[in-house]
Design a protein around this ligand. Structure first.
Ligand SMILES: C[C@H](N)C(=O)N[C@@H](Cc1c[nH]cn1)C(=O)O
Ligand SMILES: [Zn+2]
Ligand SMILES: [Zn+2]
Length: 480
């Protein structure tokens, strides 16, 4: 064990209640980046982080990122960047950590069992609340690592650079250019020796993992309009062409029940499966029961774990998310919506280039709409795109994290890829030229983006130990 870690772990345990209280305060701020009405709360959450970090003695700045593209009336929430200790120690490694302080939308009426913006802890230590696992718990994890070192009187093992953003759930708008600029000589992130991101999840509930790949995400809208206003279906049904009917048919042409994408040419962009890669899947600690537990049902597409993991990590998927402008309340309103906007996204994988994907998507949607012979108007456009990322886990950054996992969790971690997306991961890798590691805190049953999102108390507290231990092992690792 690295020196001082025993004392560090004991201190984390002794501070568990204040750390949970810090998470309670963070969850209470509804920092929903996709909701214009909540922009002040997103900024409030950024300022909460800034003030907590300042109290811990870090150097912190809230950097403006300008106006939101396509919504120029909105200011983007700031990037909260920090350095701890405030003065750099030239003899130590510098680790850059990233996380996001915005969250997905949530409302009690979506089916939550508890108020989404009030941390509710049950008798099994499950801490429910929007953002608990994605990504407020892990972000606060880094603050808690600093506090535990201070209170234990242990020297901080590295120079820690922090970058926390408030638009990740909306495609990390504005952050790429900022990161690229701040990695240049003389700028804030110039010294980073490696990068660590805690913003994904274990594959199951018992075995931790280190992650070396992510899928990308290209998010699209299809807008269909016709009548000048919403109409009475008794008066106009059978006399007017209906935008919603067209939209449902176009959206229905994108993907089948088994998840097979129907856009011609799309699978041709995907890198072929090699024998070497195929052999990796059987050793991963994942079972179909893990899938069913986190699905909350047995409605998986494949019966076996290998194909299921490939479906999540190395093949693209297309999901239909919703329809803006459509009637969605309980009851039986007999309306014909005048304009509807369908939303869907494609999770992209090596070697899919986003502009090529866009071309195929637009061509397919336009053809599908044309085939309807509708007089309505259709417009398809990309909302945002983030690229996939796959890196090498053969690096001291991963070795240090594996040692920390073994120390804290008494088990060797699995090496995994992730089906979700963290758009700036590739940007960090390219702008710093350094290795990037994903070191998750939460588990497969945390229900990120879903109702009843939670983080287990055990994952939070042991996760704080893990992040701190990782920094200690990073400090000890030889360069090669
Ligand atoms: C994995 C990460 N915690 C996450 O949830 N990422 C989002 C990012 C995203 C992409 N487009 C919009 N948001 C995700 O994978 O959906
Ligand atoms: Zn998320
Ligand atoms: Zn996240």
């Amino acid at each position: 064990m690295a020196p001082n870690l025993h004392t560090y772990y004991k201190t984390v345990d002794s501070l568990a209640e204040p750390f949970i209280d810090r998470l309670r305060q963070a969850v209470a701020i509804p920092s929903i980046s996709a909701d214009e009405e909540r922009r002040e709360d997103v900024v409030k959450m950024g300022m909460f982080l800034k003030s907590e970090l300042e109290k811990l003695g870090a150097h912190v700045e809230a950097r403006p990122l300008g106006k939101q593209p396509h919504k120029e009336h909105l200011e983007l929430p700031p990037a909260i960047i920090g350095r701890y200790p405030a003065k750099k120690d030239e003899s130590k490694r510098t680790i850059l950590v990233y996380g996001h302080y915005d969250v997905q939308p949530a409302d009690l009426s979506d089916g939550w069992a508890t108020e989404p913006f009030k941390l509710s802890i049950d008798d099994k230590g499950r801490m429910y609340g929007r953002g608990s696992t994605d990504d407020k718990g892990p972000v606060l994890g880094w603050l808690n690592v600093i506090q535990s070192h201070k209170e234990a009187g242990i020297e901080f093992p590295v120079n820690l650079l922090m970058c926390f953003e408030g638009m990740e759930e909306y495609g990390s708008e504005g952050l790429d250019d900022f990161i690229i600029a701040e990695c240049k000589p003389g700028k804030f992130f110039e010294d980073a020796d490696a990068v660590c991101i805690s913003d994904n999840y274990w594959l199951g509930t018992e075995k931790p993992c280190l992650t070396y790949g992510l899928r990308g995400c290209s998010y699209y809208s299809i807008e269909i309009s016709g009548p000048g206003q919403d109409l009475h279906s008794g008066v106009f049904g059978g006399t007017a062409q209906e935008p919603m009917t067209d939209l449902v048919r176009v959206m229905g042409s994108l993907v089948d029940t088994d998840g097979k994408i129907q856009i011609p040419g799309l699978y041709e962009l995907v890198a072929p499966l090699t024998k070497e890669e195929q052999s990796l899947y059987k050793d991963i600690a994942f079972t179909m029961d893990n899938l069913y537990e986190s699905l909350g049902s047995k409605t998986g597409i494949y019966p076996d774990k290998e194909r299921t993991l490939m479906g999540r990590w190395r093949y693209p998927s297309l999901s239909l998310h919703g329809v803006e402008g459509a009637f969605s309340q309980p009851g039986a309103k007999t309306v014909i919506p005048a304009k509807v906007t369908g939303k869907f996204s494609i999770r992209t994988v090596p070697d899919m280039e986003p502009p090529e994907v866009d071309k195929l998507v637009f061509a397919h949607v336009e053809k599908a709409f044309k085939s309807l012979n509708s007089q309505n108007k259709m417009n398809v456009f990309l909302q945002h795109a983030g690229k996939w990322w796959v890196a090498s886990p053969k690096h001291w950054n991963f070795t240090a994290a594996a040692k920390a996992v073994e120390d804290v969790w008494k088990v060797k971690p699995d090496l995994t890829r992730e089906g979700g997306s963290i758009p700036v991961t590739l940007t960090f890798e390219q702008a710093t030229g350094k290795n990037v590691l994903l070191l998750p805190m939460g588990s497969s049953t945390d229900a990120a983006h879903s109702i009843n999102e939670k983080l287990d108390r055990r994952n939070y507290i042991e996760g704080i130990k893990l992040l701190g231990a990782y920094l200690h092992y990073v400090a000890e690792e030889p360069t090669k």
